[in-house]
Every structure is written in structure tokens, then in C-alpha cells.
Design a protein around this ligand. Structure first.
Ligand SMILES: [Zn+2]
Length: 147
């Protein structure tokens, strides 16, 4: 029979005498909640191990800070660079995103003090640059402020 699945992936076995059932090979390879890796964090409320299923690539669950580790592991799995965006607020996140994703505008002068700027400061400068028509004072301030 022209089945493209590998043997162990065949979920059902049938022996015409009895009925259809899941193959033992499939059951062994399938995600098993009993053997799943558990979160290693100690819960503050109970003082015991958390016990939730840990995220893939992480030793912890979502609630105990496993997400960052898991995100980095996933990025590595896909061969992507890991960009850590640790910002205190939504505005700072937006500024960092602006700084990362926007190429340097050709009309914006590249002053020497801009070279060692933080991502947030760079985002703030870009924002002031893009709003220079409506808010020229902020743009001037961003250009001349000490770094
Ligand atoms: Zn946990």
C-alpha cells in the first residue's frame, strides 16, 4: 500500500479478527504526559515543586520564567538570531522595535555621539526624526542633547 508514513507513525493497527487499536510503537513515540519534563521551580504558595509541564527547550513552565529560555531554544532550533528585548514598558519596547527594524534615514546626520547610543535612545531619535515636521523642537533637542 502506498503509504508515505514511516512504520512507527502508523497510528492504528487492525487485525481483522478483533478491532482497530493504536499500535504500541505509536504509543511509545507519542507525547506522554506521564514522562513529560516537569517545571523545576519551587512554588511560593506551597513550597513544593511546581510540577507543570516545562516548556520545550526549558526547565520551567510559563509562569516560572521558562518562556525566555524556551524562546532562545526555539530561535536556535530554527537557526535564527536571538534578539533579547527586555524593556520596562510598552513604549520602550516600541522604541527598541523602531531602532532595530528601521535603517538609518539618509537625511538624518550621523553624528559621532550616535555611535554608542542605546537602542531606546536610538528609537527616541528616530521617532523625533519622523515627527520633525510636527514637533521640530523635540527633534532639535534629540540632535543636540549630550550623550
Ligand atoms: Zn512552574
Amino acid at each position: 500500500m502506498g503509504n508515505h508514513r514511516p512504520k512507527w507513525r502508523l497510528p492504528f493497527v487492525t487485525d481483522r479478527a478483533t478491532s482497530v487499536y493504536q499500535s504500541p510503537l505509536f504509543k511509545a513515540k507519542r507525547f506522554n504526559i506521564q514522562n513529560a519534563k516537569k517545571c523545576e521551580a519551587i512554588a511560593r504558595t506551597t513550597g513544593k515543586q511546581c510540577g507543570q509541564i516545562a516548556l520545550r527547550g526549558s526547565t520551567r513552565c510559563r509562569r516560572h520564567g521558562g518562556l525566555k529560555q524556551a524562546l532562545i531554544a526555539e530561535a536556535e532550533r530554527h537557526g535564527r538570531p536571538v534578539i533579547a528585548n527586555r524593556a520596562a514598558s510598552i513604549r520602550m519596547k516600541a522604541l527598541i522595535d523602531l531602532a532595530i527594524t528601521t535603517p538609518w534615514p539618509p537625511a538624518l546626520p550621523r553624528l559621532p555621539q550616535f555611535d554608542k547610543m542605546s537602542k531606546v535612545a536610538r528609537g527616541r531619535l528616530f521617532e523625533a526624526y519622523f515627527n520633525r515636521e510636527t514637533d521640530p523642537e523635540t527633534y532639535k533637542h534629540e540632535l543636540t542633547r549630550p550623550r
